[in-house]
Ligand binder design. Sequence first.
Ligand code: NCD
Length: 302
Amino acid sequence: MSTRPRHGLVSLRGLSRDRLEGLLDRAQSYVGSQVSSDLAGATVTTAFFEPSTRTRLSFERAAHRLGAHVMDLSPDLSSTTKGESFKDTILTLSAIGTDLFVVRHWLADAADLAAEWSGRPVINAGVGRREHPTQTLIDAMTLRQEFGHLDGLRMAIVGDISNSRVARGHLEAFPTLGVKLTLVGPTPFLPNHNPWGVRVSTALDDELGDVDVVYLLRMQNERGAADAIPADQSYARRYGMNAERLSMLKPAAVVMHPGPMNRGVEIDDAVADGERSLILEQVANGVPLRMAVIAEALGGWG
Ligand code: NCD
């Protein structure tokens, strides 16, 4: 391993365009690459205190492809169920031997706390409603592959924005990368204030003809979305992406979703499985993008 500086990745806030593009370039260089031994001997610990399929498994696969060893803490099967605190869990995993933590947690400052307690780099794999930085970078990478550039693209982020850490990450990084964002959803799902100064709209159908990307969000019922607005057909009627709305898009426009999807609510089968969908490309890019972030965090950079 080289001795380059180590950076965890807790937030995209304030990151320069150069740093963001550097990560995207590195991720692109890992697409289709062979397994490497760049990080042989390193141990990456995944600690997911909320459910996950694609994020946890693609971090795991990314670490393996770099030659690192993975320790997975499954909180449901660990001493967390006996009341062990988050802090004691992090200290215990550090003592066993961890070079890097990948943390998903319901607490918005869990990644910062894990870094402070452990003294190790931490990658935020989705904390509270705060940010999900690697998802944002995956989406930037996927769009760059599709359009060849990001500058000047228009993206409508549609749905449960107030509960979405994915949307928060997008708001921190996409404007820096030159993407123009519009937040679209029913009033209870829109943020109360708009420090990013982006466009906000409650009328999806008025936006569709202007955008290059429709980015759909999941209705986060576990965070109370169903109480704010019933997650039923009325949401689907006003905001669900269906075949009719697809026909209102520009010819080259694309549809994205971070997963997991609620089919029939924010997205119909015809859209999810259709030609405009980049959803599985997003998933596939999770591995090379997370390889880049892990390699940067452990200083094993090229
Ligand atoms: C998201 C998450 O958990 O933050 N999913 C993901 O990681 N791809 C979004 C969601 O749960 O809706």
